[in-house]
Design a protein around this ligand. Structure first.
Ligand code: FMN
Length: 208
């Protein structure tokens, strides 16, 4: 008879290959399902003062090219930081599954190129609205503001107006160099590191 407390050990618990596949599957679900806990993550960039971190929505996941990406405003602080230093990390945590994933790599900023155009074409109107704010996100204001012109505040503007946001839109693709995974389990946690060097993937366990 299987001991009760061992029933909930997942098949990836002692298996690096299954763990690796599980990471990609969680990210793929995260991208597709807005209710998934991995639909958003926290990107860290290098700032000259403090480490810099914020939430972004996971927009694209591609196991073949080893990339994940998010959308942002080309005028934002995070883009300015990435222009100075393109090293980036993105952290995810699924509370229910007790899995943390840290993805690290190099950021490629796509602005007004083919990749950005394709991403923009697949962006919903509601999301496009973020990019029509008049001044750069993070600009000081003496009063509380949304950044939109008054006539655009409540309603969704026409597609013509929304499409003006394309000038401010950027697709940031993270070319993954490493992925660190942590799984919390009461019998003992598991931690693993996956590194990609010149397209060669290495997999190793780490002590949690
Ligand atoms: C749930 C959530 C999702 C967000 N998604 C994005 C996003 O996909 N892209 C983005 O640029 N900012 C997103 N933001 C806002 C950022 O966290 C951040 O406040 C903003 O981009 C300014 O960051 P920066 O000044 O460091 O560039 C999101 C915030 C929250 C709370």
């Amino acid at each position: 008879m299987v001991e009760e407390s061992f029933r909930d050990i997942p098949d990836f618990y002692d298996d690096l290959d299954k763990t690796y596949d599980n990471i990609w599957s969680l990210l793929t679900i995260g991208k597709a399902k807005s209710k998934s806990e991995m639909h958003q993550g926290y990107i860290a960039t290098v700032n000259k003062d403090y480490p810099s971190i914020r939430t972004v929505v996971l927009r694209h996941v591609n196991k073949e090219t080893n990339t994940i990406s998010f959308h942002t405003d080309i005028r934002s602080n995070k883009v300015n930081e990435l222009k100075d230093n393109d090293m980036i990390s993105m952290l995810f945590y699924d509370h229910g599954k007790k899995i943390q994933i840290k993805v690290s790599g190099v950021a490629e900023i796509n602005h007004k190129n083919d990749k950005a155009q394709e991403a923009w074409a697949n962006t919903r109107s509601f999301s496009k609205k973020c990019y029509i704010v008049e001044v750069a996100p993070g600009t000081h204001s003496d009063t509380p503001v949304s950044g939109y012109l008054p006539e655009h505040e409540k309603d969704l503007p026409s597609e013509d107006i929304l499409n003006k946001g394309y000038d401010n839109f950027a697709l940031v693709e993270i070319k993954i160099e490493s992925m660190e995974w942590l799984y919390l389990h009461r019998h003992g946690h598991r931690r693993a590191l996956f590194k990609l060097n010149n397209e060669k993937l290495t997999k190793e366990w780490l002590t949690p």
